[in-house]
Design a protein around this ligand. Structure first.
Ligand SMILES: [Zn+2]
Ligand SMILES: [Zn+2]
Length: 327
């Protein structure tokens, strides 16, 4: 494992001695070479001394060694990743909204967001990203370091990452269910916090993070806090796993707000998965379907909002009435 504070003893190659003699004031790190002026020069330097690492691990190590400041390196990477993924993932849904032949898949057929709606939504989300999320992202690295998240290479195995991400999905879903349900149960919280998110009764991808800063913080605790809690208890988590988790969570949130339901949507193959069908109904009816990723909380606690759930409730009531009569 190679990280900023934990490095193996040096094995100085000849090239190193030559370089060092040429510029004796520059600090040499035995595992990553000399600091370079550009990222790609640093990548070449890292590649020279770390032949056993794969391409992505070399990219990662070169980034952290080139930046020479872990807080800045993680901050820039996190913020850029969030913006690219958020707007990048929303873009296909904006295009789909412009295609009339896709309307047959639109859940609320007649409610197509206008360009003005999409623009004003994007601007508010962008404003919130710069004013509310940026400072939080900046604080993330010191917090991650405190709880022992790793930035070292080589990366953990894909199986380890997949297992941890599955756990985070379950943890975040539980947090989301209860906090979201509380925001609907309390009229104070609904009016002062959650109402902004319900401005669009027929959601669209960009509206996933259209919410009050307080709501962004409350729900963000589930997304960022789940891995942190995991790390606090197990002491085992890589920041890359955290990044992949956040990317998947963004995909989940944006797709759930897309407003489109396809025959190939995930919940047809994985019935516990919530998907757009589940969350669109929440925006339309303002009640029920409080969970983010899975259907089990709403199903078990009878807060599901769907034609089948209503049918189930009717059947249950009828059964109860007939058993009362029989007594
Ligand atoms: Zn809601
Ligand atoms: Zn929503």
């Amino acid at each position: 494992m190679v990280c900023c504070c934990d490095r193996a003893p040096p094995k100085f190659p000849n090239t190193y001695l030559t370089s060092l003699n040429r510029n004796s004031t520059t600090a040499f790190d035995p595992l990553v070479g000399l600091p370079q002026d550009t990222y790609w020069a640093q990548f070449d330097e890292v590649s020279k001394y770390n032949v056993s690492l794969n391409y992505f691990e070399k990219l990662w190590l070169a980034w952290y060694t080139y930046m020479q400041n872990d807080v800045l390196a993680t901050g820039i990477l996190s913020f850029a990743m969030h913006e690219i993924v958020y707007f990048g993932r929303s873009l296909p849904w904006i295009v789909i909204d412009c295609l009339p032949w896709m309307r047959k898949y639109k859940i609320q057929h007649s409610k197509i967001p206008t360009a003005k709606e999409q623009w004003s939504c994007a601007l508010l989300v962008l404003l919130s990203h710069f004013t509310v999320e940026l400072p939080q992202i900046w604080l993330f690295h010191p917090m991650a370091q405190y709880f022992g998240l790793s930035t070292a290479v080589p990366f953990p195995s894909p199986l380890t990452m997949a297992f941890q991400i599955a756990v985070f999905f379950v943890m975040e879903d539980a947090w989301h269910y209860w906090t979201h349900r509380a925001m609907h149960a309390s009229s104070f919280l609904y009016k002062n916090v959650h109402k902004i998110h319900h401005q669009y009764s027929a959601p669209f991808g960009l509206a996933a993070e259209y919410a009050s800063p307080i709501e962004v913080m409350i729900l963000g605790i589930g997304t960022v806090g789940s891995p942190i809690v995991w790390c606090a208890f197990t002491g085992e988590l890589h920041i890359l796993t955290m990044y992949i988790w956040i990317v998947l969570r963004l995909f989940q949130a944006i797709d759930a707000h897309s407003g489109y339901e396809f025959p190939w949507s995930l919940h047809h193959f994985l019935p516990i998965w919530a998907g757009a069908d589940h969350h669109d109904t929440h925006h339309e009816k303002f009640v029920g379907n409080y969970a983010s990723s899975f259907r089990w909380w709403d199903y078990c606690l009878d807060t599901e909002s769907s034609a089948e759930a209503n049918e189930r409730r009717r059947a249950f009531k009828a059964l109860k009435a007939s058993s009362k009569k029989a007594q």
